[in-house]
Write a protein that binds this ligand. Structure first.
Ligand code: UT7
Length: 333
């Protein structure tokens, strides 16, 4: 029997209408367009406005668009995984809320909570259910309403993050396309540098935790920057080596969009030419679990069947990893 791989057969993204520019941020905190652009590469990010709208509101838009463009009946979807650190609520999982709103009735659904590596972890997890033969159609979503956990008085974090969501459809393939290898790592000692202190079981919400602004993202940027560069460079080298690939064999590097300088440093350390690196951080900022599907969505028209892609991410946890895949549709071989 032919080997079954999990191929991405469609991708769709969604970003909310409101655009928060560097200029507007200059009126909110002591920062400048020049600082933000030169230190991060970000020019603008999208923010979800509106009472009672959470991450699912964006995930639903991405999923509805994906089902429509791939001509998929919601009844055919058997599993929905949503990567997010900003679920609509602690429970039920956001994947359940998205599935319900999209009319997906025959699926089991759960969230994955691996911060900026969430989509990467979720993609590997979803792929296993296809490779095993258990399921034929799996939805993997990455979405975050980062504006709900960002302190807009803290200039070190508020300039970086944005809101968005993206979703892919995974289906079995027996022609050698789809996910061919994945490599994931984590290191809990990194929690000290990047976390949201309160709101979980260790420090449940109290008046004091709110007054101390402990429900917002805390980041000590420098150690995270260093760990992101070394972590992503390391997994790129390992996954190319163990698949007998040279960097020239890879058509596209699809990196997590946390900082343009991180992406450029990783590309330089792995000798990857920037023309083949997907970079859209200038338009969206860091959308956490949504960065990778938003890249695939933006570049979908340029991707050809057979293209070799390396996805890589690094984020809170620390969590990081890489996926090697061959694109399954579009013009090409
Ligand atoms: O996606 C999850 C993983 N996260 C990451 O990968 C993010 C990794 N870290 C980074 O991207 C960078 O460390 C940051 C963008 C967060 C910060 O850039 P940096 O070059 O590491 O700046 P810094 O924290 O060392 O700060 C340099 C200076 C400081 O001033 P002093 O102490 O030198 O006077 C900061 O107070 O820049 C100041 N600064 C700002 N100035 C204007 C920090 N934020 C701002 C700001 N505007 N928004």
């Amino acid at each position: 029997m032919a080997n079954i791989t999990a191929a991405i057969t469609g991708v769709q993204g969604y970003v909310p209408d409101y655009v928060l520019t560097n200029k507007e941020l200059e009126t909110m905190v002591d920062t400048s367009d020049d600082w933000i652009t030169s230190r991060t590469g970000i020019k603008e990010r999208h923010i979800l406005k509106g009472e009672g709208l959470g991450t699912s509101a964006m995930g639903i838009r991405a999923v509805n668009g994906l089902l429509e463009k791939t001509n998929t009946d919601p009844a055919e979807i058997e599993l929905v995984i949503c990567a997010t650190v900003t679920p609509d609520m602690p429970f039920p999982d956001t994947a359940n809320l998205i599935a319900d709103a999209a009319g997906i009735k025959n699926a089991f659904c759960f969230d994955i909570h691996a911060a900026c590596s969430g989509f990467l972890y979720a993609l590997t997890t979803g792929a296993r259910y296809i490779e095993s033969g258990a399921h034929q159609k799996v939805l993997v979503i990455g979405g975050d309403k980062m504006s709900s956990i960002i302190d807009y008085t803290d200039r070190t974090t508020c300039v970086i993050f944005g809101d968005g969501a993206g979703a892919v459809l995974l289906e079995p393939n027996t022609e050698g396309y789809g996910l061919l290898d994945s490599l994931h790592r984590s290191d809990g000692s990194g929690a000290q540098y990047l976390h949201q202190k309160a709101g979980g079981s260790r420090y449940p919400a109290t008046l004091e935790t709110v007054q101390n602004r402990e429900h917002f993202v805390y980041q000590n940027g420098k150690p995270v920057f260093k760990a992101a560069v070394s972590g992503m460079s390391d997994v790129i080298r390992k996954i190319t080596d163990r698949n007998g690939l040279h960097i020239d064999d890879i058509d596209w590097l699809v990196p997590h969009q946390a900082n343009r300088r991180i992406i450029e440093t990783v590309a330089s350390m792995t000798d990857f030419p920037l023309e083949r690196v997907m970079i859209n951080i200038q338009r969206y900022g860091n959308t956490t679990a949504a960065t990778l599907p938003l890249c695939l969505w933006d570049w979908e028209d340029q991707l050809k069947r057979g293209d070799r892609l390396l996805l890589t991410a690094f984020g809170g946890g620390f969590t990081w990893g890489a996926i090697y895949l061959r694109w399954a549709y579009g013009a090409g071989t």
